[in-house]
Design a protein around this ligand. Structure first.
Ligand code: FCB
Length: 441
Protein backbone atom coordinates (compact mmCIF):
# COMPACT_ATOMS: atom_id res chain seq x y z
CA UNK A 1 0.00 0.00 0.00
CA UNK A 2 1.28 3.49 -0.78
CA UNK A 3 0.21 6.57 1.11
CA UNK A 4 -0.47 9.92 -0.52
CA UNK A 5 2.07 12.65 0.26
CA UNK A 6 1.02 14.18 3.56
CA UNK A 7 0.54 17.87 4.11
CA UNK A 8 0.63 19.63 7.44
CA UNK A 9 -2.73 21.17 6.60
CA UNK A 10 -4.30 17.71 6.78
CA UNK A 11 -3.59 17.67 10.52
CA UNK A 12 -5.28 19.71 13.24
CA UNK A 13 -3.69 23.06 14.08
CA UNK A 14 -2.76 21.92 17.58
CA UNK A 15 -0.99 18.78 16.37
CA UNK A 16 2.38 18.30 18.10
CA UNK A 17 5.31 18.18 15.68
CA UNK A 18 8.64 17.34 17.19
CA UNK A 19 12.03 15.74 17.13
CA UNK A 20 13.32 13.43 19.87
CA UNK A 21 16.61 12.64 21.59
CA UNK A 22 17.74 11.06 24.86
CA UNK A 23 20.32 12.17 27.41
CA UNK A 24 22.88 9.37 27.19
CA UNK A 25 22.77 9.29 23.41
CA UNK A 26 23.67 12.97 22.89
CA UNK A 27 24.97 14.70 26.04
CA UNK A 28 28.47 13.31 26.55
CA UNK A 29 30.17 15.00 29.55
CA UNK A 30 29.76 11.68 31.33
CA UNK A 31 31.35 12.76 34.58
CA UNK A 32 31.20 16.56 34.27
CA UNK A 33 30.10 18.90 37.05
CA UNK A 34 29.33 16.19 39.58
CA UNK A 35 27.45 13.72 37.37
CA UNK A 36 27.55 10.11 38.56
CA UNK A 37 28.05 7.13 36.25
CA UNK A 38 25.01 5.43 34.74
CA UNK A 39 24.54 1.76 33.90
CA UNK A 40 25.36 2.59 30.28
CA UNK A 41 28.72 4.12 31.27
CA UNK A 42 29.53 0.85 32.99
CA UNK A 43 28.17 -1.34 30.21
CA UNK A 44 30.23 0.44 27.54
CA UNK A 45 33.37 -0.61 29.42
CA UNK A 46 32.56 -4.29 28.94
CA UNK A 47 34.54 -5.58 26.00
CA UNK A 48 32.46 -6.68 23.04
CA UNK A 49 29.18 -5.15 24.17
CA UNK A 50 29.26 -2.07 21.91
CA UNK A 51 29.75 -2.87 18.21
CA UNK A 52 32.40 -0.20 17.56
CA UNK A 53 33.88 -0.27 21.07
CA UNK A 54 32.65 3.28 21.69
CA UNK A 55 31.01 4.90 24.69
CA UNK A 56 29.01 7.97 25.68
CA UNK A 57 31.88 10.08 27.02
CA UNK A 58 31.58 12.66 24.26
CA UNK A 59 28.60 11.60 22.09
CA UNK A 60 27.25 14.78 20.40
CA UNK A 61 28.79 17.04 23.03
CA UNK A 62 25.31 18.37 23.56
CA UNK A 63 26.12 19.26 27.18
CA UNK A 64 28.46 21.95 25.80
CA UNK A 65 26.83 22.64 22.44
CA UNK A 66 23.24 22.93 23.59
CA UNK A 67 22.80 26.55 22.46
CA UNK A 68 23.64 25.52 18.89
CA UNK A 69 21.31 22.53 19.16
CA UNK A 70 18.47 24.68 20.47
CA UNK A 71 18.91 26.88 17.41
CA UNK A 72 18.91 23.79 15.19
CA UNK A 73 15.64 22.58 16.72
CA UNK A 74 14.08 26.00 16.31
CA UNK A 75 15.27 26.24 12.69
CA UNK A 76 13.50 23.01 11.83
CA UNK A 77 10.21 24.67 12.63
CA UNK A 78 8.98 22.01 15.08
CA UNK A 79 6.72 23.10 17.92
CA UNK A 80 7.93 20.43 20.36
CA UNK A 81 11.07 18.68 21.58
CA UNK A 82 11.16 15.32 23.33
CA UNK A 83 14.26 14.83 25.47
CA UNK A 84 15.25 12.98 28.60
CA UNK A 85 16.91 13.91 31.84
CA UNK A 86 19.94 11.98 32.97
CA UNK A 87 19.05 10.84 36.49
CA UNK A 88 22.73 10.44 37.57
CA UNK A 89 23.44 13.98 36.33
CA UNK A 90 20.95 15.43 38.80
CA UNK A 91 21.30 12.80 41.53
CA UNK A 92 24.66 11.05 41.16
CA UNK A 93 23.82 8.11 43.46
CA UNK A 94 20.14 7.81 42.56
CA UNK A 95 19.33 8.65 46.17
CA UNK A 96 20.40 11.32 48.60
CA UNK A 97 22.00 14.56 47.46
CA UNK A 98 20.86 16.47 44.38
CA UNK A 99 23.45 17.86 41.98
CA UNK A 100 22.56 21.50 41.44
CA UNK A 101 24.95 21.85 38.48
CA UNK A 102 23.04 19.08 36.73
CA UNK A 103 19.67 20.71 37.35
CA UNK A 104 21.13 24.03 36.15
CA UNK A 105 21.95 22.47 32.76
CA UNK A 106 18.32 21.40 32.22
CA UNK A 107 17.08 24.71 33.57
CA UNK A 108 19.02 26.60 30.88
CA UNK A 109 17.94 24.18 28.16
CA UNK A 110 14.26 24.42 29.09
CA UNK A 111 14.46 28.21 29.25
CA UNK A 112 16.13 28.52 25.86
CA UNK A 113 13.65 26.24 24.11
CA UNK A 114 10.65 27.80 25.82
CA UNK A 115 11.86 31.23 24.71
CA UNK A 116 11.63 29.96 21.12
CA UNK A 117 8.10 28.71 21.62
CA UNK A 118 9.06 25.04 21.66
CA UNK A 119 7.07 22.82 24.01
CA UNK A 120 9.13 20.51 26.19
CA UNK A 121 8.25 16.82 26.52
CA UNK A 122 10.45 15.32 29.20
CA UNK A 123 11.24 11.67 29.77
CA UNK A 124 12.50 10.88 33.26
CA UNK A 125 14.10 7.55 32.45
CA UNK A 126 15.52 6.86 29.03
CA UNK A 127 17.63 3.96 30.33
CA UNK A 128 20.53 5.71 32.09
CA UNK A 129 19.89 4.48 35.62
CA UNK A 130 22.48 5.63 38.19
CA UNK A 131 25.06 2.85 38.54
CA UNK A 132 24.86 3.18 42.33
CA UNK A 133 21.30 1.85 42.17
CA UNK A 134 22.33 -0.96 39.83
CA UNK A 135 24.83 -1.98 42.48
CA UNK A 136 21.78 -2.68 44.65
CA UNK A 137 19.95 -4.68 41.98
CA UNK A 138 18.63 -1.90 39.75
CA UNK A 139 15.12 -2.43 38.41
CA UNK A 140 15.01 -5.96 39.81
CA UNK A 141 15.04 -4.42 43.30
CA UNK A 142 11.71 -3.07 44.52
CA UNK A 143 13.50 -0.30 46.43
CA UNK A 144 14.36 1.36 43.11
CA UNK A 145 10.66 2.26 42.76
CA UNK A 146 10.82 4.49 45.82
CA UNK A 147 14.06 6.12 44.66
CA UNK A 148 12.57 6.77 41.22
CA UNK A 149 9.46 8.29 42.77
CA UNK A 150 11.55 10.72 44.82
CA UNK A 151 13.56 11.68 41.73
CA UNK A 152 10.39 12.16 39.65
CA UNK A 153 8.77 14.27 42.34
CA UNK A 154 11.82 16.52 42.66
CA UNK A 155 11.99 17.04 38.90
CA UNK A 156 8.26 17.74 38.72
CA UNK A 157 8.50 20.18 41.63
CA UNK A 158 11.33 22.09 39.97
CA UNK A 159 10.27 21.97 36.32
CA UNK A 160 6.75 20.56 36.06
CA UNK A 161 4.92 23.77 35.27
CA UNK A 162 7.34 24.55 32.41
CA UNK A 163 6.87 21.18 30.72
CA UNK A 164 4.26 20.20 28.15
CA UNK A 165 4.33 16.60 29.34
CA UNK A 166 6.21 14.21 31.58
CA UNK A 167 6.90 10.62 30.59
CA UNK A 168 8.07 8.29 33.32
CA UNK A 169 9.85 5.54 31.38
CA UNK A 170 10.95 5.02 27.82
CA UNK A 171 10.33 1.46 26.62
CA UNK A 172 10.25 -0.70 29.76
CA UNK A 173 10.33 -3.80 27.51
CA UNK A 174 13.76 -2.82 26.18
CA UNK A 175 15.17 -2.07 29.63
CA UNK A 176 13.89 -5.33 31.08
CA UNK A 177 14.21 -7.78 28.21
CA UNK A 178 17.33 -6.56 26.42
CA UNK A 179 18.95 -5.46 29.69
CA UNK A 180 18.02 -8.20 32.19
CA UNK A 181 17.02 -11.21 30.09
CA UNK A 182 19.12 -11.11 26.92
CA UNK A 183 21.98 -9.11 28.41
CA UNK A 184 22.68 -7.24 25.16
CA UNK A 185 21.88 -3.83 26.69
CA UNK A 186 22.84 -2.41 30.09
CA UNK A 187 23.02 -3.78 32.74
CA UNK A 188 23.85 -6.96 30.79
CA UNK A 189 22.09 -9.50 33.02
CA UNK A 190 20.72 -12.81 31.70
CA UNK A 191 17.86 -13.91 33.90
CA UNK A 192 14.25 -14.18 32.86
CA UNK A 193 12.94 -13.94 36.41
CA UNK A 194 14.95 -10.76 37.08
CA UNK A 195 13.72 -9.36 33.78
CA UNK A 196 10.10 -9.96 34.71
CA UNK A 197 10.62 -8.46 38.13
CA UNK A 198 12.17 -5.45 36.38
CA UNK A 199 9.07 -5.15 34.15
CA UNK A 200 6.86 -5.10 37.23
CA UNK A 201 9.01 -2.57 39.06
CA UNK A 202 9.23 -0.28 36.05
CA UNK A 203 5.44 -0.29 35.76
CA UNK A 204 4.93 0.03 39.50
CA UNK A 205 7.36 2.95 39.74
CA UNK A 206 5.57 4.58 36.83
CA UNK A 207 2.29 4.44 38.78
CA UNK A 208 3.92 5.56 42.04
CA UNK A 209 5.66 8.47 40.33
CA UNK A 210 2.46 9.63 38.56
CA UNK A 211 0.57 9.55 41.86
CA UNK A 212 3.29 11.47 43.67
CA UNK A 213 3.76 14.06 40.91
CA UNK A 214 0.02 14.64 40.69
CA UNK A 215 0.03 14.97 44.45
CA UNK A 216 1.96 18.21 43.95
CA UNK A 217 -1.14 19.63 42.30
CA UNK A 218 0.50 19.56 38.87
CA UNK A 219 -1.73 19.43 35.82
CA UNK A 220 1.13 18.68 33.41
CA UNK A 221 0.04 15.71 31.23
CA UNK A 222 1.67 12.47 32.36
CA UNK A 223 2.21 9.23 30.54
CA UNK A 224 4.60 6.48 29.54
CA UNK A 225 6.29 5.50 26.28
CA UNK A 226 6.17 1.92 25.02
CA UNK A 227 7.78 0.14 22.08
CA UNK A 228 4.89 -1.79 20.63
CA UNK A 229 6.22 -3.50 17.52
CA UNK A 230 3.12 -5.17 16.15
CA UNK A 231 3.43 -8.94 15.81
CA UNK A 232 2.15 -10.75 12.75
CA UNK A 233 1.92 -14.56 12.41
CA UNK A 234 4.32 -15.96 9.81
CA UNK A 235 1.47 -18.12 8.49
CA UNK A 236 -2.10 -18.98 9.37
CA UNK A 237 -1.09 -22.36 10.85
CA UNK A 238 -2.46 -22.92 14.38
CA UNK A 239 1.13 -23.13 15.70
CA UNK A 240 2.18 -19.80 14.19
CA UNK A 241 -1.05 -18.13 15.32
CA UNK A 242 -0.50 -19.37 18.88
CA UNK A 243 3.13 -18.19 18.85
CA UNK A 244 2.07 -14.76 17.55
CA UNK A 245 -0.56 -14.45 20.29
CA UNK A 246 2.00 -15.25 22.98
CA UNK A 247 4.64 -12.91 21.52
CA UNK A 248 2.05 -10.14 21.32
CA UNK A 249 1.30 -10.88 24.96
CA UNK A 250 4.94 -10.58 25.93
CA UNK A 251 5.60 -7.32 24.11
CA UNK A 252 2.25 -5.51 24.11
CA UNK A 253 -0.53 -6.95 26.28
CA UNK A 254 1.67 -7.43 29.37
CA UNK A 255 2.21 -3.65 29.47
CA UNK A 256 -1.06 -2.40 28.05
CA UNK A 257 -3.26 -4.68 30.16
CA UNK A 258 -1.39 -3.65 33.31
CA UNK A 259 -1.59 0.06 32.51
CA UNK A 260 -5.13 0.19 31.14
CA UNK A 261 -6.87 -2.76 32.84
CA UNK A 262 -4.94 -3.17 36.06
CA UNK A 263 -4.04 -6.83 35.46
CA UNK A 264 -1.44 -8.93 33.69
CA UNK A 265 -2.78 -11.18 30.90
CA UNK A 266 -3.37 -14.66 32.27
CA UNK A 267 -1.95 -16.53 29.28
CA UNK A 268 1.35 -14.65 29.58
CA UNK A 269 1.57 -15.19 33.33
CA UNK A 270 0.91 -18.94 32.89
CA UNK A 271 3.56 -19.10 30.19
CA UNK A 272 6.11 -17.37 32.42
CA UNK A 273 5.38 -19.88 35.18
CA UNK A 274 7.98 -19.50 37.97
CA UNK A 275 9.55 -16.51 36.20
CA UNK A 276 6.34 -14.47 36.50
CA UNK A 277 6.82 -11.31 38.57
CA UNK A 278 6.05 -11.20 42.28
CA UNK A 279 3.16 -8.80 42.70
CA UNK A 280 2.10 -7.38 46.06
CA UNK A 281 -1.45 -6.52 46.92
CA UNK A 282 -2.33 -3.04 45.64
CA UNK A 283 0.44 -2.99 43.02
CA UNK A 284 -1.84 -3.42 40.02
CA UNK A 285 -4.13 -0.58 41.09
CA UNK A 286 -1.09 1.66 41.50
CA UNK A 287 0.14 0.76 38.02
CA UNK A 288 -3.23 1.52 36.40
CA UNK A 289 -3.18 5.27 37.05
CA UNK A 290 -5.25 7.24 34.56
CA UNK A 291 -2.88 8.35 31.82
CA UNK A 292 -3.05 11.64 29.96
CA UNK A 293 -1.25 10.11 26.98
CA UNK A 294 0.36 6.97 25.74
CA UNK A 295 3.61 7.40 23.80
CA UNK A 296 4.18 4.89 21.01
CA UNK A 297 7.60 4.28 19.51
CA UNK A 298 7.22 2.61 16.15
CA UNK A 299 9.97 1.48 13.79
CA UNK A 300 8.91 -1.83 12.23
CA UNK A 301 6.77 -4.91 12.64
CA UNK A 302 7.81 -8.41 13.64
CA UNK A 303 6.72 -11.87 12.59
CA UNK A 304 6.27 -14.87 14.84
CA UNK A 305 6.96 -18.33 13.61
CA UNK A 306 6.80 -21.58 15.53
CA UNK A 307 9.38 -23.11 13.21
CA UNK A 308 12.36 -21.60 11.45
CA UNK A 309 13.18 -17.99 12.34
CA UNK A 310 11.39 -15.49 10.12
CA UNK A 311 13.49 -13.98 7.34
CA UNK A 312 12.78 -10.31 6.85
CA UNK A 313 13.84 -10.57 3.18
CA UNK A 314 10.75 -12.65 2.48
CA UNK A 315 8.54 -9.58 2.91
CA UNK A 316 10.05 -8.10 -0.25
CA UNK A 317 10.02 -4.72 1.47
CA UNK A 318 12.90 -2.36 1.96
CA UNK A 319 15.07 -3.01 5.04
CA UNK A 320 16.92 -0.32 7.01
CA UNK A 321 20.54 -0.35 8.16
CA UNK A 322 19.29 -1.93 11.41
CA UNK A 323 17.82 -4.80 9.39
CA UNK A 324 14.30 -3.58 10.15
CA UNK A 325 11.55 -3.88 7.52
CA UNK A 326 10.05 -0.58 6.35
CA UNK A 327 6.32 -1.04 6.90
CA UNK A 328 4.43 2.24 7.46
CA UNK A 329 1.06 0.49 7.38
CA UNK A 330 2.02 -1.21 10.63
CA UNK A 331 1.87 2.17 12.36
CA UNK A 332 -1.69 2.83 11.15
CA UNK A 333 -2.72 -0.68 12.19
CA UNK A 334 -1.05 -0.39 15.59
CA UNK A 335 -2.63 2.97 16.42
CA UNK A 336 -6.07 1.69 15.37
CA UNK A 337 -5.67 -1.46 17.42
CA UNK A 338 -4.58 0.41 20.56
CA UNK A 339 -7.54 2.73 20.19
CA UNK A 340 -9.93 -0.16 19.74
CA UNK A 341 -8.59 -2.39 22.52
CA UNK A 342 -7.57 0.14 25.18
CA UNK A 343 -8.99 3.57 24.30
CA UNK A 344 -6.06 5.74 25.43
CA UNK A 345 -7.19 9.31 25.88
CA UNK A 346 -4.41 10.55 23.63
CA UNK A 347 -1.77 8.77 21.58
CA UNK A 348 1.54 10.35 20.62
CA UNK A 349 4.00 8.85 18.18
CA UNK A 350 6.98 9.58 20.41
CA UNK A 351 9.63 8.00 18.16
CA UNK A 352 9.75 7.03 14.52
CA UNK A 353 12.69 7.05 12.16
CA UNK A 354 15.26 5.00 10.31
CA UNK A 355 18.98 4.30 10.15
CA UNK A 356 20.47 4.32 6.68
CA UNK A 357 24.03 4.74 5.54
CA UNK A 358 24.54 8.38 4.64
CA UNK A 359 26.83 9.87 2.07
CA UNK A 360 28.17 13.33 2.83
CA UNK A 361 29.02 15.09 -0.44
CA UNK A 362 29.87 18.77 -0.71
CA UNK A 363 27.79 19.65 2.32
CA UNK A 364 24.77 17.67 1.10
CA UNK A 365 23.35 14.43 2.49
CA UNK A 366 20.81 13.16 0.04
CA UNK A 367 19.11 10.64 2.35
CA UNK A 368 16.18 9.78 0.12
CA UNK A 369 15.35 6.57 1.96
CA UNK A 370 15.07 8.30 5.33
CA UNK A 371 13.07 11.12 3.81
CA UNK A 372 10.63 8.62 2.27
CA UNK A 373 10.45 6.74 5.56
CA UNK A 374 9.52 9.81 7.59
CA UNK A 375 7.08 11.09 4.98
CA UNK A 376 5.28 7.74 4.69
CA UNK A 377 5.03 7.29 8.46
CA UNK A 378 3.58 10.77 8.85
CA UNK A 379 1.05 9.74 6.22
CA UNK A 380 0.41 6.51 8.14
CA UNK A 381 -0.20 8.57 11.29
CA UNK A 382 -2.64 10.71 9.34
CA UNK A 383 -4.47 7.61 8.11
CA UNK A 384 -5.07 6.53 11.72
CA UNK A 385 -6.24 10.03 12.60
CA UNK A 386 -8.69 9.87 9.70
CA UNK A 387 -10.09 6.66 11.18
CA UNK A 388 -10.93 8.43 14.42
CA UNK A 389 -7.86 7.50 16.47
CA UNK A 390 -6.97 10.31 18.92
CA UNK A 391 -3.35 10.62 17.80
CA UNK A 392 -2.09 14.09 18.62
CA UNK A 393 1.61 14.22 17.86
CA UNK A 394 4.57 12.90 15.91
CA UNK A 395 8.22 13.04 16.97
CA UNK A 396 10.92 12.09 14.48
CA UNK A 397 13.75 9.96 15.87
CA UNK A 398 16.14 11.56 15.97
CA UNK A 399 17.10 15.20 15.90
CA UNK A 400 20.68 14.19 15.09
CA UNK A 401 22.95 11.18 14.67
CA UNK A 402 23.95 9.91 18.08
CA UNK A 403 25.14 7.00 20.22
CA UNK A 404 22.87 4.17 19.10
CA UNK A 405 23.34 1.97 22.19
CA UNK A 406 24.94 -1.41 21.43
CA UNK A 407 25.44 -0.33 17.80
CA UNK A 408 27.66 2.59 18.86
CA UNK A 409 27.98 5.45 16.38
CA UNK A 410 27.70 3.29 13.28
CA UNK A 411 23.92 3.50 12.93
CA UNK A 412 22.70 6.95 12.01
CA UNK A 413 19.09 7.89 12.77
CA UNK A 414 19.49 11.68 12.64
CA UNK A 415 17.62 14.13 10.48
CA UNK A 416 20.76 16.15 11.13
CA UNK A 417 24.14 14.66 10.30
CA UNK A 418 26.84 14.80 12.95
CA UNK A 419 30.51 14.57 12.06
CA UNK A 420 31.82 12.92 15.21
CA UNK A 421 35.37 14.15 14.58
CA UNK A 422 34.48 17.83 14.36
CA UNK A 423 30.98 17.81 15.92
CA UNK A 424 29.75 19.70 12.90
CA UNK A 425 25.98 19.44 12.34
CA UNK A 426 24.54 19.43 8.81
CA UNK A 427 20.88 19.20 7.90
CA UNK A 428 20.25 16.11 5.78
CA UNK A 429 17.69 16.32 2.99
CA UNK A 430 15.21 14.56 5.30
CA UNK A 431 15.55 17.47 7.73
CA UNK A 432 15.05 19.95 4.89
CA UNK A 433 11.94 18.04 3.82
CA UNK A 434 10.55 18.05 7.38
CA UNK A 435 11.29 21.77 7.64
CA UNK A 436 9.43 22.40 4.37
CA UNK A 437 6.51 20.19 5.46
CA UNK A 438 6.27 22.06 8.76
CA UNK A 439 6.29 25.43 7.04
CA UNK A 440 2.98 24.62 5.25
CA UNK A 441 0.80 26.31 7.78
C1 FCB B 1 14.42 3.10 20.53
C2 FCB B 1 15.07 3.96 21.60
C3 FCB B 1 15.86 5.12 21.07
C4 FCB B 1 16.62 4.78 19.81
C5 FCB B 1 15.73 4.08 18.81
C6 FCB B 1 16.41 3.75 17.51
O1 FCB B 1 14.19 1.84 21.02
O2 FCB B 1 14.09 4.45 22.47
O3 FCB B 1 16.69 5.58 22.10
O4 FCB B 1 17.74 4.06 20.11
O5 FCB B 1 15.19 2.93 19.37
Amino acid sequence: MTYPTPSRQHFPDDFIWGVATSSFQIEGAHLADGKGPSVWDTFCEVKGKIADGSNGHVACEHYQRWPEDVQLIADLGVNAYRFSMSWPRVQPDGQGAWNEAGFAFYDRLIDALSARGIALHLTLNHWDLPQALQDQGGWANRETCAHFTRYATEVARRFGSRLASICTHNEPWVIAILGYEQGIFAPGIQSRSQAMQAVHHLLLSHGMACQAMRGLGLTTPMGIVLNLSPIYPASQSPEDLAKAKLDDGLILRLYMDALYRGSYPQDVISHLAEDAPQVKSGDMATIAQPLDFLGVNYYTRNFSSSGNPWDVASTGNQVTDMGWEVYPQGLTELLCRLHQDYQPKLLLVTENGAAFKDEYKDGVINDTQRLDYVRDHIAATHAAHQQGVPVGGYFAWSLMDNFEWASGYAKRFGLVHVNFETQQRTLKNSALWYQQFLSEK
